[in-house]
Design a binder for this molecule. Sequence first.
Ligand code: 6PG
Length: 481
Amino acid sequence: MQADIGLIGLAVMGQNLVLNMNDHGFKVVVHNRSTNKIDDFLNGPARGTDVVGAYSLEELVNKLESPRKVMLMVKAGEVVDHYIEKLIPLLDAGDIIIDGGNSLFTDTNRRTIYLAEKNIRFIGTGVSGGEEGARHGPSIMPGGNKEAWPYVKPIFQKIAAQVDGEPCCHWVGENGAGHYVKMIHNGIEYGDMQVICEAYHLMSQGLGLEPDEMQGIFSEWNKGALSSYLIEITANILGYKDEDGAPLINKILDTAGQKGTGKWTGMNALELGIPLTLIAESVFARCLSAQKDERVVAAEILPKPAVKFTGDKQTIIGAIHDALHASKIISYAQGFSLMREAAKEYQWNLNYGEIALMWRGGCIIRSQFLNDIKKAYDKQPDLKNLLLDDFFVDAISQADAGWRKTVVQGIELAIPTPAFGSALSYYDGYRTARLPANLLQAQRDYFGAHTYERIDRPRGEFFHTDWTGHGGKTASSTYNV
Ligand code: 6PG
């Protein structure tokens, strides 16, 4: 019997996806560059399954039913191109290559077009959920050449996480749309993690709470509006004891790593001109954390105000909860706004409700909250900004006072809250009818004759003033990027 799908790359995600496919009755043939990994897998985790090995790409291709489906679970970047080039001469017209790594969406755009010219269909798909998700049901975000989707859909929708009988996997859109949505997912993941870290920082350094106490708080929070995978694992992490019985969290070095997807999200937001402040701050917070040696020196040199927390702890814990909730709403509102702009810019027909559904289960940002987002887009598919949906209007106004109190508390105690604070600034800016950009325009016009529009004249008419009396009358051009 020929195999349903081939998979190249037997690192942990690849192995677990294969086992997941096998559990659902699909026959999988596997290949890995170091072939000893194939034997280790077949004699280890895949022992007793129907999975078969292929020790060369020729063998892999020959073992596949037509149209062949070959999934790459290899490092994003050049390795993907390397395998594509090796596979092209071995495949027939109509065969399908799937890239399941965290590839940059512009690479996926390029690969889809390149392979279509060679009559090979390409799918670039986000796969989220880490080891556990891959094994028991990830969230899968496929895009690329839509002709390939009917062949891949039965496999992907079966192995994906299921919530209320719905698979967390839907076709996202043309070319790099799937990888784009996965990139936004990762950006939101960065934001969710950062706001949780800020809550933890305020509670540990500001209020002096011990990990066990915070474990209790996060467990409690996990029962309400904040209920999510990341809050749940945070509670578990805080409760985890090292071999000596002390909380492991206190022994972990405070320098964050990153593989780049959050940075890409921020760069794309700058490119498209959409304020994505919370995610951008989350990336920068990781960068600042990585400057450990410099921070240690600065901590000796730069005096910190000797302020101690004196208020009621329960009240401020409630306020931190609200800050987390409101900031999270801002982060998703910003992320969905960016997707909206991207859909326009790259001509994708993104279905925001479906994206929320895909993220409801399986992935790292899975949460209750995504149901509310889905409902908002069901009510109004062309919603401009999530903040304008009734449910979120209420939720954020209820959190408003606590959110402000939290940011003020952070400022007083000299505990940084870049995500809470920037989210609040965005919120206050977004709902401000008149911002100080009148002054900014005047400054631009003053020094560079960049012109301005007037509130007492129709939009699109541009004016230049000779501010000093000895400037010229000639305005510069009015183009905007
Ligand atoms: C997921 C994760 C996954 C990976 C992150 C980690 O959805 O399963 O997002 O893709 O764990 O890319 O990213 P950093 O190393 O950048 O934190």
